[in-house]
Design a binder for this molecule. Structure first.
Ligand SMILES: [Zn+2]
Length: 95
C-alpha cells in the first residue's frame, strides 16, 4: 500500500505542525550541496521538540533517527517518497 505509515504513533507525530513537539519530521536532502551525493539517502528522519522556521542554530532539541522509536521499523522502508516530506531545507535544524 502506497504512502502507508509504519504505525499510528509516528503518523500522529508526523501530522503535527513544525512547532508542535514532540514531532517526527521527514527532510529531503539537497543533493546540489552534497560532496558525495550518491552516498546520501534523499530522505532524513528527525524527532524534534518543535521549532519555527528561522530557529537555525538555536536551542531546538533534535535527534536523527533511522528506526521508528515506537514500533522499531526501518524508517526508509516507509518514508521514501515526497508525499511524506515535511521540510525541503535540511539546514533548518543545523548550524
Ligand atoms: Zn512506527
Amino acid at each position: 500500500m502506497k504512502n502507508k505509515f509504519c504505525c499510528i504513533d509516528t503518523e500522529a507525530r508526523w501530522s503535527l505542525n513544525r512547532s508542535g513537539g514532540i514531532n517526527f519530521r521527514v527532510f529531503k536532502t539537497d543533493y546540489v550541496n552534497s560532496y558525495e551525493p550518491e552516498m546520501l539517502p534523499p530522505y532524513q528522519y528527525y524527532m524534534t521538540s518543535g521549532y519555527k522556521l528561522g530557529d537555525r542554530g538555536k536551542d531546538v532539541m533534535v535527534i536523527k533517527v533511522n528506526y521508528c522509536p515506537f514500533c522499531g521499523s526501518r524508517l526508509s522502508k516507509f518514508y521514501n517518497s515526497d508525499f511524506f516530506v515535511n521540510e525541503m531545507d535540511d539546514t533548518v535544524l543545523h548550524y
